[in-house]
Design a protein around this ligand. Sequence first.
Ligand code: PRP
Length: 224
Amino acid sequence: MQRGQIAIALPKGRLFPEAIKLFEAAGIHGLEGLTESRRLLCEDSTGAYRFLILRPADIPTYVEYGATDMGVVGKDILLEQERDVYEPLDLKFGACRLVVAQPKNLQSRGRPVGVSAVRVATKYPQIAERYFTEQGVQVEIIRLSGSVELAPSLGLCERIVDLVDTGRTLRENELEEVEEIAIATARLIVNRAALKTKYQQVRGLIDRLMTVVRGGGHDATPPR
Ligand code: PRP
């Protein structure tokens, strides 16, 4: 690894192509073809930056522990994990909404009547617990890893908390949105120690990314 090299964690999946475009727009070269390849590690053409392709939910851990200096990750994951990382920049792309949803055929839109604790299935147990507790609603959180939209029809829960992008998964599984909890866009996160020990490189890159995001140089997906 080149001395002073900055390691950057990029998320596999839906944020990945936009994240690559962002760094290219910030003047980093050598990332061409990464979206089509299965490579999990790539250096830019100057060797100043090393990119690691990781599972989105693991990125705050890598950054908090300094295994990578920086990362790109969805705000949904940051809200769920509450890691000790510096979050200097809303990258504005990949906007999704965290919502509460329930089966369409349920009549009441408010709190189900006569139910002491609402059962809520989700990939976001901390967010869901916090949200319902703030509303004064007693909940039983059921943690799932995916395909959460199936859970109400199988009787596992009354409601779900999940991410909505196009809304298609909710519609096609006969669910309707009840409440919006948060809007989640991609964020830049930085290891707190790296901000001090590699100040110039890290600050320089944050500033370049900020210019791209603020100047609209990056072809970001508008929020839906
Ligand atoms: C996410 C999310 C919803 C779906 C929303 O799941 O949890 O299920 O995408 O997208 P839509 O509103 O455009 O339909 P993901 O694709 O990550 O799969 P998973 O359920 O297996 O986690």
